[in-house]
Design a protein around this ligand. Structure first.
Ligand SMILES: [Fe+2]
Length: 126
């Protein structure tokens, strides 16, 4: 299986420390999912890593939404809707049992969240 760990790069930064730290943590948790697939330790370990990724994603989305609400972000409702879709998408991806197939999809999932959805609010915190 040729897959690579996700690397945090500065172009992923949204410029808000607490949220950038959350995103770094999501990258780490995604790398645990990748490592579980690599290790070939069976679905139990992959499931545990996915559980952790999903739980932290939910926690992060809640924090992000609260912070955006505090800033009176005009796009809050559509951002929440995007979060709902990303959670649903993650649930769908969990059904894919091939690491080769799922890892690039998960990478896109994370990068879409940060690069497309989150870049929209970073101006609020400058
Ligand atoms: Fe985020």
């Amino acid at each position: 299986m040729v897959v690579h760990a996700v690397k945090w790069t500065e172009d992923l930064a949204v410029g808000v420390d607490v949220l950038d730290n959350d995103h770094r943590r999501l990258v780490i948790l995604m790398n645990k999912v990748i490592a579980a697939f690599y290790a070939g330790v069976g679905s139990r370990m992959v499931n545990a890593a996915m559980d952790e990724l999903e739980a932290y994603t939910r926690e992060h989305f809640t924090r992000e939404e609260e912070m955006m609400e505090g800033k009176g972000y005009a796009e809050l409702e559509s951002h929440k809707e995007q979060h709902g879709k990303l959670i649903a998408e993650l649930a769908r991806l969990r059904a894919v049992k091939s690491g080769t197939e799922v890892i690039p999809l998960l990478y896109d999932w994370l990068v879409t969240h940060i690069m497309k959805t989150d870049k929209g609010y970073s101006h609020l915190f400058r």
